[in-house]
Structure formats: C-alpha cells, structure tokens
Design a protein around this ligand. Structure first.
Ligand code: ADP
Ligand code: ZN
Length: 719
C-alpha cells in the first residue's frame, strides 16, 4: 500500500501518515486535503512510500489540491529549518504557503465589442466610443475618458448589447531583467569579487561568500554585476536579495530597475496580500527572476535558485523572535546549501559568526578596498563629555553645536544619531520616584510629544500623558527623563531656529512610502539637520551629508549583553559611515562619557580588525559564540506558579551531556509582559556538540502544561 507523510500546520514534531488510494497520483511537495478528526486540513506531502500490507488503519488522503506543487528544495528546506529551530515542521511548511493564502487580486472588468451588433441609435458620442475601442477591450471608465464622453454613454452601449463586460484575471507579468541594460564599469576589487561569485554560480553547487567592504566601497555594485552574469549564463536563474529593513527596499529596487531595465518582485509584510499571491505564483512558475525581500522571502518556492544575497548580514533584524524563531542569515546559508546555490553575505561590519566562518575558510572572503571613486571615510573624533558637559536638560555639547553651525553655514547637511524613539525614554514622578510602566509589563513608558502619548515600545500599549501621578496622586509632578530623537530635535530648533529639521524614526516614518519621501527630501537638500534613530543609519546614501553627530555613543554599551560591544561597533560604524559619501569629505563626532572604552577607541581609530580581535579573544575565553553555541528556553504564562513549576521540572531533568552547561532557571530579561511571567533556561555548548539533539532529548522528558508556552531560541541574538 502507498503511504504519504503529510505536514499539517499543527504544533507537533512529526508529519502525519495517510493511505493513498491506488489510482491517486501523489508526489512529494503536493498540497493535499486530509481528514483530521472531524475536519479536512490542508497539508504538504513530505514523503510517499510503499509499505507492505496494511500495518495500521490509516485514514486516506482525501484529494490532491489544484495548487502548485512545492519544489523539492523548498520541502527539504522547510524540513531542515524545522529540525534546526526545533519547530513543528507543519508550521514551518505553512510559512512557505503564506503567499497562497492571500486572496487573488480582483479580476479587472473591461468592455469589448459584441460581434455583429450595431447601435440602434448611432449618436456622435456612441460612434466616438466604438471608434476609440476598435477591436480592443478596455476598462469602461478609461474608454469613456479616451473617447471624451461621459461614462453613461458606455453604459448605454452595454445595456443595448453592443458592448459586453468581461472579467480578466490579473496575472502579474514580471519583465525579464536585461543583464546588459546599463552595466557599470567596476574597479579591480569589485570586478574580482563579482567574477568569483559569478564563476561559482556558473559552476553550480553550494558556494558561500563574505563580501566585506566599508560603507560606500561598492558592494551593491559588485553583487549586481554577479546577478547580471548569473542571468546571462542562465536566463531562467532566480536570485533572492534579502534586506534587513523594509525602508531599504525602495532604494535597491530603484537601482535594480536602472541596472536591468525591469522591476524585481518585492516580498515583505508591507506588500498587499493579493500582490504577494501574484509573486508567490510567479516564483513557483519560474516567471520571476529577481526577488527583493525581507527574511520571510526565504520560504518562497523557488524552482531555479542560483544566488542569495544577504545585504547588511550583521543586522539583528534578520533574527525573527516572534512566532517561528529563526535567524534569516543562517537560514539563507542553509537554503543555498540545499539548493546548491551561491550565497553572498555582504557587510561593512560583518558579524563575528561570519568573520569566524570566513577566517576558518568555510566562506570565501571577498574584500573591497577603499570607498568607490573620490569618496573617503569620515574623520571620526570622540567628544569627551567630561570636558564638555552639555548644560542641564540639554544633550548637545559646545563642540558638537559649533560643528553643526559650521556645517549649516557651508550649506551642508547634518545627521544627529540617537537610537531612541520618542521624546524621553522614561517618565518619572518627582514627588514619589514612581516610574511609569505599561500595565503588567516590566518595560517603561516612553513619552512621545508629537502624539502627546506615553507608549510602551514592547507591547504597543499607549495612554494619554496623565495629569497626576498614578502612584501618589501628586499633580504636575511627572517629568521626562533623558533624551529621545524628538527631544534632540527640540533642542536643535532652539539652537538653530533658521535650520530645516526633521526626525527619522519608525514613528515619523511608519511605512516605506513615508521613508522614501523623507529620504528624497534629504537627498534634494530640503533638510539641514536630520535627527534619526537606526532607521536612517543604515544603507542610505545622502550626498550632501558631511557631519554625523552621535548624541550618546555609550548608549548600547551599557547593557551587559553578549553582543553589546559588537552591536555598538556595527551601529556606530553604519551611522558615521553616512557622512561624506560623495565628493565632499565628511566627519563624525561621537559624544561619550567613556572615551577610553575599547569599542569607541577602535571606532575613532578606524581599527575594525583591532576591535574584532579583542572581541574574539573575550568570546573565546568564555567559550561563547562563535566559539560555542547557545540556546534559550523561555517559559511564559499568566499563571506564575505553573511557569515556575515547569521551569523547575526542566531543571530537574537535564540529560547528561559533556561540554555543555545549563544555566537557570532565572527571570527572563523581560520578566513580565502583558501579565505573562517569563522564566529562562540557557544552554551553552561547545561548537561540536549536537545541541539540537540534546534539546530534543531534554524536552522529551518534560510535559509542558497547556497554560505554559515554551519558546525555543537556538542561537539567540541577545544573551
Ligand atoms: P556599498 O554597497 O558598499 O555601500 P554601493 O555599491 O552602494 O556601496 O556604492 C556606493 C556608491 O558608489 C553608490 O552611489 C554607487 O553608485 C557608487 N559606485 C560604486 N561602484 C561604482 C562603479 N563601479 N561605478 C560607478 N559608481 C559606483
Ligand atoms: Zn508620584
């Protein structure tokens, strides 16, 4: 008898077996309807096999659905990703079907001539309509406009049966990119990198690369050339370019359109579902070559994937922590391995993991030297705030103010960087010292002046700013403590009333369109001083920007997190790298209370290698990533006792393992969110330990009650 294993979107670790009727043709990757209890469920066939005899009473596959079959590479990838992240394979598989669950775009209604029917009363406007239409079909409103008549005339012709309304299925056409549309002339480093990637693509097989070069060195230009060569070698090649942030996609799409004379497909949460469905269907049909997307694009059903680019590969936004927990960069490498494709990790500040892999020879290390053309890296200086303390309740020191003034006089632009949304990160009561937090949550409320609200950035909770202290009832006692971008902008406006200022953060720039508009006005020179969070620090090119001021360079260094130093180094390198991207040289000033901090000293000296070496030594001494591996188990629930008990039960049943330690349970970093208690257990293992195997064995010993949610985070980003 024939048996199919079917992945069903349920939180269980295995596929379900079903009998396949003899006459039913089923293959791996097929979408099927199968009975589960009283319901029919959609599932994906992960395996079809012959078994002897009817060993068990299996239910039968109801039918094979009329939806596209998932390509083998996609099924392999989904199964691998589920094993790696210890997630349910059926749920992983259903992420690969996200695009299909969207409704189809509405069909377009058009009118066309009914053959052999002439208008009973031919008027001048009716004749105009019929002449305009000729043998075509058109939307009625467009036709009326083109014929210069009211839409009533068209409707009259439809009523008379001279025209008929037809519905046309909206099939997205993706123009074929032309590799020779507008080629660039590459410098020697770029050409060597592009060739190495292109040759690997042509040779076929898994080939991972680190593309390493300072901001503005022309990494994008280099990988676009590799894309062009991949397309020249195989016009059906599919290429996936992943970006960490939706705000960056528009600029890259514009570059791709210029380079290849065709728009790529776009895939991220900001794309309307009907459009996503069109992209999904085009990808699985091989009708679409280039996809630019967020990490979820990794689950698209590519049929001929040749190259994946992960741009800004170090960026923590590639890590997904809600729902399925995975790192987009790591999964991109896995997908390339499964598909036998090349993968390019590009960054000016690669993650230590990637540098480690490149150093060990697992990835080929491609280096781009200087900035392209005449642009040079900005001159970076530390401003010691101990010697230049800002006035009370202000955040800009005298030297930074002077630099902004000089830049304004020269007609150039300034970026003030502070990675804090809103007006003030903390609101507290002067009378009793109470700090305002969201209900049942450990996170402070952030004051937003533009909207006049206090907002919890973790849960999204918000409330009007209260008149009295919610704790002691004192009136007019609440004060905003510390600066956010809105507050720095307020100070800038007071200091430079004539300057044109703007704030760039996820609050002022909520979507891709707003981001595009603000970026464009910056490029057009309509803004003198931009105060920005990391949303603007990444990737953008502002030719007239010559001064970057980092308001609080110590900010990211304060937490004792595993990646605090690495992240700060990356973020500040990105931020300061915004200055001087074109002909005019730039400079960056970093305000700090700790100018002796090794991270800041390395930044000022432009000494990335020195920083990496020191940080690697520390990680190696502690056997932390990339020298060891981590996993976090987070238990959460409204019932604190149940959470506590489950954590204890886990702690009591740790399997014996060598070169591996378990820490905790302890309060998770955010121990209370929306009334849910959170406990955490941490695992550290040597690199060669089978961490996933250990976790599976461990979790098999403990029953987690329904009231407690267990989240497994393999290779957690923060620690
Ligand atoms: P990166 O990705 O390393 O930040 P980009 O590829 O964006 O660098 O290049 C930075 C700037 O230099 C861009 O404006 C780009 O158009 C320009 N540029 C890079 N390489 C070339 C080249 N070979 N010819 C012309 N312009 C280039
Ligand atoms: Zn109070």
């Amino acid at each position: 008898m024939k048996v199919a294993s079917v992945l069903i979107p349920l939180p269980v670790p295995e596929a379900f077996d079903y009998e396949v009727a003899a006459e039913m043709a089923v293959e791996r990757g097929d979408q099927v309807a199968v009975p589960l209890g009283p319901r029919l469920m959609r599932g994906i066939v992960s395996e079809v096999r012959e078994t002897t005899g009817s060993n068990r009473r299996l239910k039968a596959v109801e039918m094979v659905l009329d939806d596209p079959r998932l390509p083998p590479g996609t099924v392999d990838f989904v199964e691998w990703a589920a094993r790696w992240t210890l997630s349910a394979p059926g749920e992983m598989a259903s992420t690969a079907l996200k695009g299909l669950r969207a409704p189809r775009p509405k069909p377009e209604r058009r009118v066309r001539r009914v053959e052999g029917r002439e208008p009973a009363r031919p008027t001048a406007s009716r004749t105009a309509v019929l002449e305009t239409l000729e043998g075509r079909s058109m939307p009625g409103a467009d036709l009326a406009r083109a014929a210069g008549v009211s839409s009533g005339v068209v409707k009259g012709l439809v009523d008379d049966g001279v025209l008929e309304v037809i519905e046309i299925e909206a099939v997205a056409a993706f123009d074929t990119p032309d590799p020779d549309h507008a080629p660039s002339i590459l410098n020697a480093d770029q050409a060597a990198s592009a060739s190495a990637i292109a040759e690997a693509v042509e040779a076929g097989g898994f080939a991972p690369f680190l593309l390493d070069g300072v901001t503005g060195s022309g990494k994008t230009e280099a990988y676009l050339e590799a894309v062009a060569r991949a397309l020249r070698a195989d016009p059906t090649a599919q290429i996936l370019i992943l970006l960490p942030e939706i705000a960056l996609t528009q600029a890259l799409i514009a570059r791709l359109s210029d380079r290849f004379g065709a728009d790529p497909a776009e895939w991220h949460s900001g794309i309307a579902p009907p459009r996503r469905r069109q992209v999904w269907e085009a990808v699985v049909a091989g009708r679409c070559n280039i996809v630019v997307g967020a990490r979820s694009a990794l689950f698209l059903p590519f049929v001929n994937l040749k190259l994946i680019v992960v741009d800004e590969e170090h960026d923590s936004s590639f890590k997904q922590e809600e729902g399925l927990v995975y790192h987009g960069r790591d999964l991109a490498v896995a997908r390339a391995r499964i598909e036998g494709a090349a993968v390019v990790l590009a960054s000016a500040t690669p993650s230590l993991e990637t540098l480690f892999n490149a150093g060990q020879g697992r990835y080929r290390w491609l280096k781009l030297g200087a900035r392209h053309g005449t642009a040079v890296l900005p001159d970076i200086r530390l401003l010691d705030l101990r010697q230049n303390p800002p006035d009370p309740q202000t955040w800009l020191s005298v030297p930074l103010r002077e630099a902004i003034g000089e830049t304004l006089l020269k007609g150039e632009q300034t970026l003030l960087f502070l990675n804090r949304r809103g007006y003030a990160p903390v609101v507290l009561c002067r009378a009793c010292g109470h700090r305002l937090t969201a209900p049942d949550t450990d996170s402070w409320l952030v004051e937003h002046r533009y909207t006049g609200r206090l907002v919890c950035h973790l849960t999204g909770f918000s409330m009007a700013r209260p008149k009295t202290c919610p704790s002691c009832g004192a009136s007019d006692s609440l004060v905003a403590v510390g600066p956010g971008v809105e507050r720095v902008e307020e100070e800038v406006r007071q200091l430079f009333p004539e300057a044109r200022t703007a704030v760039f953060s996820s609050d002022t720039v909520p979507d891709a369109r707003a981001a595009r508009a603000l970026i464009q006005s910056m490029i057009d020179g309509e803004i003198d001083i931009l105060v920005a969070t990391q949303a603007a620090a990444k990737g953008h090119n502002f030719p007239k920007l010559t001064l970057v001021g980092v308001v609080d360079a110590d900010l990211g260094l304060r937490g004792g997190d595993l990646r605090a130093a690495e992240r700060t180094f990356q973020l500040l390198t990105q931020a300061t790298g915004r200055a001087g991207r074109a002909e005019i040289p730039g400079r960056a000033l970093l305000q700090t209370w700790t100018p002796e901090h090794p991270v800041l000293r390395a930044l000022a000296a432009g000494d990335r290698d020195g920083f990496v070496e020191a940080e690697m030594d520390e990680r190696e001494a502690a056997s932390l990533p990339p020298f060891g591996r981590l996993a976090a188990l987070i238990l959460s629930g409204e019932n604190a006792v149940a959470v506590e008990k489950t954590a204890e039960a886990l702690a009591q049943s740790i399997p014996n393992a060598e070169r591996l330690e378990v820490y905790g349970p302890a309060d998770a970093p955010l121990a209370l969110i929306r009334g849910r208690r959170r406990k955490r257990l941490l695992v550290r293992a040597d690199r060669d330990v089978d961490l996933q195997g250990f976790l599976r064995a461990w979790l098999g010993r403990v029953k987690v009650p329904a009231s407690v949610r267990l989240t497994i985070d393999v290779d957690p980003y923060s620690f």
